[in-house]
Design a protein around this ligand. Structure first.
Ligand SMILES: Cc1cc2nc3c(=O)[nH]c(=O)nc-3n(C[C@H](O)[C@H](O)[C@H](O)COP(=O)(O)OP(=O)(O)OC[C@H]3O[C@@H](n4cnc5c(N)ncnc54)[C@H](O)[C@@H]3O)c2cc1C
Length: 306
């Protein structure tokens, strides 16, 4: 990370929103469901699956939950109507996890029930910061008992994750459950609970994927790290996992060339497609994680137009 990039990361909170939007555009489908549908159709045309995320998290009142549930239901309706190859990803804080856990669980159950029962569609519960980990796993386990098409995310940087995955595998009723997305983790966590060393996080990621694949469980391998892609490909080969037992997952706007390479190697890929007016929190996290991107965009903005 250059000094320039570090400066951008630090000053981000003071950057005017319209300018942050310039940096953020590649990561977000747009403000509306129609924008998400357009982007998912483009991805599907390239044989890429999608998972749609309605942006919004850390709400201040449980009154804000009903509109989110309704928007997600509309997304599920349109996925069915347009026959999109897509499911949905949700963040429990947007359903009130930090305000009222039982209210959150009821709202999430309502949505997952709608997705599973009406459309036989799948809902992935994203993982947020460590204040949410226990409750997120608990609500996931409750949901999965009623609705099999429910999945969870596990973060490789958390020291606890291998124990969580082992327990979830042991307690899962039948293969391919539990259906887990493994990612590195994007929040800033203390060293006592999280690996900090890049290679340790990578190794944890690969070990978690191996634990899933060797036990015949469905895994979403969510990364743009070529080292992790190569190592997980070795695991897929070692256990002769078939392409319908796992998928690679990537974020909209991040390294499309790597995505095509993964597809060319015979793997399925799903892209995370966020949309909505509340893009700011999502995008500033991505920019803080990868300020080099902000640097490139800024350079393009100030470059004289031909
Ligand atoms: C589908 C999906 C779902 C996710 N869900 C969650 C979740 O529920 N909870 C959670 O904590 N985290 C989630 N993440 C984020 C994840 O934890 C990582 O923070 C992120 O994927 C970066 O890790 P990496 O494995 O790509 O490796 P990195 O080493 O961070 O990235 C490898 C390379 O990819 C490129 N790259 C990575 N990120 C970006 C970016 N934002 N912009 C531009 N280039 C980039 C860079 O070239 C970088 O060198 C998700 C990621 C994906 C792909």
């Amino acid at each position: 990370m250059t000094v320039f990039d570090k400066l951008i990361a630090r000053t981000l909170p003071y950057v005017p929103k319209p300018l942050v939007w310039q940096f953020s555009k590649p990561y977000v489908a747009g403000n509306t469901i129609d924008d998400a549908v357009r982007v998912v159709k483009e991805l599907n045309a390239e044989k890429v699956m999608a998972t749609i995320d309605v942006l919004g998290e850390f709400i201040h009142s449980t009154d804000q939950v009903a509109p989110t549930v309704e928007t997600y239901k509309k997304v599920l309706d349109v996925i069915d109507k347009e026959q999109l190859e897509a499911n949905i990803s949700i963040k429990l804080t947007a359903f009130g996890l930090l305000l009222d856990k039982e209210f959150c669980a009821d709202s999430v159950m309502n949505l997952i029930g709608y997705a599973n029962s009406k459309y036989n569609n799948f809902v992935r519960i994203d993982m947020e910061d460590s204040a949410c980990t226990d409750d997120t796993i608990e609500i996931y386990e409750r949901a999965r008992k009623q609705f099999p098409k429910t999945g969870l995310v596990i973060q490789a940087y958390l020291r606890r994750s291998m124990a969580d995955v082992q327990r979830l595998i042991q307690e899962a009723p039948a293969k391919p459950d539990p259906n887990l997305r493994i990612c590195k983790g994007i929040y800033i966590e203390p060293e006592e609970i999280a690996f900090k060393d890049r290679q340790e996080i990578r190794q944890s990621f690969v070990d978690l994927v191996e634990m899933m694949i060797k036990n015949g469980r469905y895994v979403g391998i969510a990364t743009h790290d070529e080292w992790v892609v190569t190592e997980t490909e070795k695991i897929i080969k070692k256990y002769n996992a078939q392409p319908d037992q796992y998928e690679y997952q990537m974020l909209l706007g991040v390294l499309p060339d790597l995505r095509r390479k993964i597809q060319a190697n015979g793997h399925r890929v799903r892209v995370y497609v966020p949309f909505g007016k509340d893009w700011y929190g999502y995008c500033t996290r991505r920019l803080k994680e990868n300020p080099a991107l902000a640097g490139h965009v800024l350079k393009n903005l100030v470059k004289p137009k031909k």
